[in-house]
Design a protein around this ligand. Sequence first.
Ligand SMILES: Nc1nc2c(ncn2[C@@H]2O[C@H](COP(=O)(O)OP(=O)(O)OP(=O)(O)O)[C@@H](O)[C@H]2O)c(=O)[nH]1
Ligand SMILES: [Mg+2]
Length: 307
Amino acid sequence: MNAASETPVYRAGYVTLIGSPNAGKSSIINALLGEKVAAVSDKPQTTRNAVRCVLTTGEYQIVVVDTPGVHKPRYAFGEFMAGEIEKALGAVDAVCLVADITKNLDDSVCEISARIARLGVPLILAANKIDKLRDKEDFWKYLETFQARLKPSSVVPVSALEGTNIGELGDELAKYLPEGGAIYDGDVLMDATERFLAAEIIRERVFEAAEHEVPHSTAVSVEEFKSPDEYPDMKRASIRADIIVERQGQKGILIGQGGKMLKKIKTESKREMERRFGWPVTLELWVKVRPKWRKSNEGMRTAGYTR
Ligand SMILES: Nc1nc2c(ncn2[C@@H]2O[C@H](COP(=O)(O)OP(=O)(O)OP(=O)(O)O)[C@@H](O)[C@H]2O)c(=O)[nH]1
Ligand SMILES: [Mg+2]
């Protein structure tokens, strides 16, 4: 409360989520927003771009920036993802470090946290996956190392999976935001085009369906996206996308016996697009081979990743 006027103070600002691959950053965003907006999978390096998601309540609006997991870049593509993290660290009000509390801290996460501290940006630790602790008392033991190495401004124990303390995490992050009006309209959940979301929905299905190196070698490029929003005569959206892989063998895996796997990816992607976009969708999917697309700037451009 603002003592002078007795009117509640509204806060709004930017919080970037960082952490190791698979720590649960995208899951926390989905839990905070109460809506599945970000791609999640059990495989590391699911998120590739810094994406802005928006949490609006009666008291605050947090623009939460999801980022790819912090790791040592191996290819030009890894450098692209590291660049996306750097970009997301500029001009933020706070950084939320998401960590799997049951795992050891990565050195690269400690390095980036030290850099954030030097910038004078508050670091809030979201100690995630507390549902995995058989004995809840173990939490304090794990937390000790995290606190010693990261020196966070505050700590919130959470489980994105079970939704534990997620509201509390939002309230805690909001304390670090400046006073001010909302940045986005209250009904905006994500600052991304539907074209981008369509590609992410297909890529998430590939991460679910395929194993080993196939998901990491895959990119999705939406070649055509026509929706009833732009073309009022259309009753359904028409989407055509290429699933890009690096090798002929990977193409075979994704198509599957008798086209079974591709069919499954297509059916499930279509269902999720219809749920998210709110119109019926006609989806056309092609699998294409672009050797070594992750290793050159040109290859990344054709796969839809531009700096
Ligand atoms: N048990 C448990 N699993 C979780 C929790 N939060 C996330 N997970 C799981 O952890 C895996 C990774 O989750 P993501 O949200 O994709 O993780 P991320 O940090 O965004 O990963 P990258 O985008 O690859 O960096 C998924 O299998 C999630 O279901 C949690 O609170 N408890
Ligand atoms: Mg992610």
